[in-house]
Design a protein around this ligand. Sequence first.
Ligand code: GDP
Ligand code: MG
Length: 719
Amino acid sequence: MYASNVIAIAGNPNSGKTTAFNRYTGARQHVGNYPGITVEKKEGSAHLDGIEVTLVDLPGTYSLTAYSMEEVVARRVLAEEHPGAVIDVVNSGVLERNLYLSVQMLELGMPLVLALNMMDEARAQGVNINVERLEQLTGLTCVPTVARKGEGLDEALRAAVELAKKTGGRVDPIIISYGSDIDAALTEMVPLVNSAKLLTDRYPARWISMKFLERDKEIIGRAQKANPDVSAKLKAIADKVSAHLKTTLNTNPEAVIADYRYGWISSVLKNGVLEGADDILERTAFSDKLDKVLTNRVLGPVILLLVLYGMYYMTIQLGDYPLGWVETFFEWLSETVGSALGDGALNSLVTDGIIAGVGGVLGFVPLIMIMFLLIAILEDSGYMARVAYIMDRVFRLFGLHGASIMPFIIGGGIAGGCAVPGVMATRTLRSPKERLATILTVPFMTCGAKIPVFLLFVGIFFEGNKPLIMFMVTLGGWAAALLVALALRSTLIKGEPTPFVMELPPYRWPTFSGVVIHTWERTWQYIKKAGTVILAISILIWAAMTYPGLPDNLHHQFEDQREALVAQGGLSDEEMEEKTLAIDNAEEAASLENSFAGRLGRAIETITSPAGFDWRTNIALIGGIAAKEVVISTLGTAYSLGSVDEESTSLSDQIKADSHWTMANAVSLMVFTLLYSPCFVTLMVIKQETARWRWLFFSLFFDLALAYFMAVLAFQMLS
Ligand code: GDP
Ligand code: MG
């Protein structure tokens, strides 16, 4: 029963609610109990600019969980008596703690006016609140008040009445990120709640889902009565996250959610609201001290770059040993299986198609694993959230949102991510234009599938500078994303930026098991993809590179050459063997060139030669649109098919031995791989998230053109 002329007064105990209420209502009030419970209910009326407004003084609470009767009452009144707006009375001296309740009311979708009460005391204590900045960041009307003297109260009430008229008593609930685990669960739960319309007449779907995660008995009980099936599903998801958080971080969803709510508040206050008053933030002194250094305007970005560089350094230094072992293993496997299978198409399929293709991708597992390990440490410790915070300043310059950072990082901004969840993570962006710009630029990041391409060529051509070059590739991805975003935001998707708040959860020591589990989860996904999607594509591409084989007349030409060799005679065994091998190799290479893939690769060679790509690279890059790992697996197959060496050698040795490859070709290919069209799955997700085919095609063709242009530029400059 929405009532536009009913305004609720909410706030922490002792924030001055009753004082304000009495000032507003004078003698026009009555005190009773809420029906059925002995929690005091005070209602009264006030006159403002000639209209009568009913005021409800809510019980004072710190939170809207169901731990106490007061909290249950407060949230029921908000959700069910549906006041037109809420005056949230906060104690300005302890803003951080008081805003915790405000955040929860925003999550509930309540239209709020913040009465920054006890301003007199706060000022006396030297607390200096930048009200304008607070309004900008939260989007709320904020009114400094001194309830005891009546200062600011009329203004607050007037703002509340206006807000009630404007909003009809409900606004879009605030969307906070609660970290990757909880966010992922919410993404799964919200559609369930929505499609079952589970209590959604009163509460936002995301809020209901959160109550399942917070194990809120009251809401869960009511949900179970309303729809036992869907509730059971929601509970199962919540239990899973709960168990996961327990094993990885030794915590629970309630605590994580609370951390991120405080993180949101802390980020607002540190963003120029409480200037020069960091000490006023009472919570987690340790985190705040650390943040003074790590998120410092000057030191922050410097440290961030050092951390990134250090990550590549360690990945590459530590990864060198296991990388060699894995390569040796696949060479051994290929020879062993190859000799067991005998000659024929099956042998070629297994060794050239499957082992060379999938093995090329799996070969990078040790490196990827080390990188994921380091990322897990950064994430679990809370540093990743700071990265976003630091980068926000930069982002605004390019027409993006501070919250665009998370999608970029998930998409591989610190290397090793994936654009698919990255694009999905843009859902936390509230401004549609900034969201679109983010979606279209996430695919430029160095995702886990592109990394092997960079590692391979950096390993071959930049022996002494591996970490530095890898680091520069990552920065290149960022530069491309930001510049394209800027271009888009000044042309196709123009519009004003929206204010932004980034959550800053407290720092924690990562737990050993947490880091191990997170590392393994990601590594396993990589391996699984190699064993399924990449395997299938490898087989297809192998077939495209094997058939239709050489036409008879060409085949006979090679036979004739062999016969001529035998007839010629007078050669030593060794010379004989060498010459035969040369003929065999030439035949294999001719056959590959004549294959379907080879012909296609050749056909576009005129277009790609300014970028330094030969037909083999062309095949690999076309395959890479299916999945970026395919670039490596296809090169692996192409080189393996194209030679019949007795000793099978690794792809990197073969490329080293091939005179086609110079540093210029390698850089050009790396640039192209970094920038060109997103993989198939990412394209589909872009279509899904933007609901427009237009943006799918934009990504496909614009990125391709950009990559081509940059690759040509790189190749021409270096060669
Ligand atoms: P409630 O628990 O939120 O209802 O808080 P009360 O209205 O009972 O106020 C708690 C105490 O704070 C009382 O002693 C009030 O006189 C005092 N108080 C309320 N507003 C102000 C204010 O703006 N400035 C100061 N200095 N004291 C206030
Ligand atoms: Mg009171």
